[in-house]
Design a binder for this molecule. Sequence first.
Ligand SMILES: Nc1nc2c(ncn2[C@@H]2O[C@H](COP(=O)(O)OP(=O)(O)O)[C@@H](O)[C@H]2O)c(=O)[nH]1
Ligand SMILES: [Mg+2]
Length: 673
Amino acid sequence: MPGTSPAAPRVAALVGPYLSGKTTLMESLLFTCGAIDRRGNQKDGNTVGDASPEARGHSMSVEVSAATGEFLGETWHFLDCPGSVEFWNDTQSALMVADVAVVVCDPEIERALTLAPLFHFLDEHEIPHMVFINKLDHTEVRMRDLMEALQGVSSRKLALREVPIREGDTISGYVDLVSERAYKYKEGEQSDLISIPGDLEDREAEARQDLLESLADFDDGLLEQLLEDTVPEKQEIYSHLTKDLAGDLIVPVFLGAAEQMNGVQRLMKALRHETPEPRETRKRLGDLSGDPLVQVFKTYHMPHTGKTSMARIWDGSVKDGMNLGPHKISGLFRMTGHTQNKIPKAGVGDIVAMGRMDEVSTGDLLSAAGAVKGAIWPSPAQPIYSFAITPKKREDEVKLSAAITKLTDEDSSISVEHNQDTNEMVLWGQGEIHLQVAAERLANRYNVAVDTRRPLTPYKETIRRGAKQHARHKKQSGGHGQFGDVHIEIKPLPRGSGFEFTESITGGAVPRQYIPAVEAGIRDYMTKGPLGFPLVDFAVNLYDGQYHAVDSSDMAFKLAAIAGMKEAMPSCDPVLLEPICEVHVYVPNAYTAKVQGLISKRRGQILGFDAKKGWPGWDGVAAHMPQAELHDMIIDLRSLTFGVGTYEWKFDHLSELTGRIADDVVASRQKAA
Ligand SMILES: Nc1nc2c(ncn2[C@@H]2O[C@H](COP(=O)(O)OP(=O)(O)O)[C@@H](O)[C@H]2O)c(=O)[nH]1
Ligand SMILES: [Mg+2]
């Protein structure tokens, strides 16, 4: 227990919306822990978090940054997590190894909604978490209204731990609701103890009663005390708070301003007293065990040091050079931002970076015997935004594949696709900035600069009418000639049939051995129909032909088949087919109507809507939507819904596209070709 012997190192993940002040809070926490002697700030680009050129360039956290400090003799690892939904993958991984999450949020009622997905994840995985309402240096917001808004997006009870002391629109201090002591903030220093301002006594008593009632929900003894109007001991209140936090039953709420250091010392003390120890957190792994037991939560590929696996030690200890199954730890480090410091060993609770474990991935649980199977690890979100990429230098093709393997190893919410239809390399991710950062990383970390552009939609084409065609390939140049002659019948097929080849040759008009060459010719032609797109949903029957005993060959029959297709197809009433996806859009139900509008505007057909399972107050709208319209839909969806709207998609079917849109598609593809 804290207080008796030093606790094992603990991990606090700093999470919350983009720009709420997580990176600033980490700076202040590290300063409080004496780990840095001067607080950096985002403007000067000298914070411990956001050390990468990509983070500095975008002035935002684009991956998790770790740093370590000591508070009253105990070690703390802080994980500064990206707030943007596009970089959520790193955040969810960090949360999986954290003893506690500090949810940093803005004092703005309208922005409360942005916390909903985060609270949902924390509660789904029962990760203990506190809220730190930041930027309370200047605000006019009523704490009661803000708490109500925040409670509206949390399934767990929020318990306000402090009430603010106001002077005009500034918050000059707070009253702690457990100790019932009042403090006046002093910028950059410990707060002064003052007496509770007279006009705050009623508010304080009421807020304290609320806090106690929240705790009584989980303890009958306490409930009885409250009913009998007995005031519980402070120590007893603290132990309820600790127990209820560990069980993710309540969410304590603290106030402050990270930039001014207001409330930071208070937060640090609460973390120290109330955060569960790693052996408690480890219970999340169920009965999985091993010695040591180490879980990787972040993978980096650094230009000079190679692959680095950041991990939490759940059990035992690790040493540089030791083996975890077939994987040897080649270099053991403590990370501070992007700086690595070599350490000889580390023990339970610690966060370490392990060098050159090339076969290990994020999420892996390892012991001396090798991989321990069965740990729960959240899957990455489905990619919903894409760029086509090409290396700026042609000779970088091979290097690019290797670099992309590293990129996807670092971030499993990125994937790559080689589209056969459009012949493009397509990088898939979570949004525009996510992919921009990925492209920058290809250049900065892996030294392969790429050009990016909007990917082509994989349209196809088909025919609406059949035809019969005779075609002959014949050449008489000195010596061996070439001769192939075919009669084919082309017919449209229903959607989704693909391509069928048949033959009904009688009497050896086309000898057996040449028939596969006829089919090969047609398949050759199919890659690009009369409109310029791959052909599908049609059948070809070879029903007659002629051959020459000397001059016929596979090649001659193949060329005859191609000639027949070229001749016949334009008269078969070709039509463009566009890929249609089945899409499920998820939003808070206040936005359902707007989302239906968005879908319709993008040529979608709404199939229905329903409550989202496990998400009270959220809807799922199902629709069929053209893939071409999905390309940048996430941008509109996010701006419509404070960034919380999401969707899942999968290819469903091809549908005929005619009219002006089709004409434009054909014209622009022909221009490009
Ligand atoms: N007024 C005020 N601004 C703050 C406070 N904490 C952070 N900020 C500002 O909020 C912006 C975002 O901070 P940052 O820590 O990068 O946010 P993050 O995206 O959550 O990491 C920066 O411009 C900070 O200077 C605070 O307590 N008060
Ligand atoms: Mg940040």
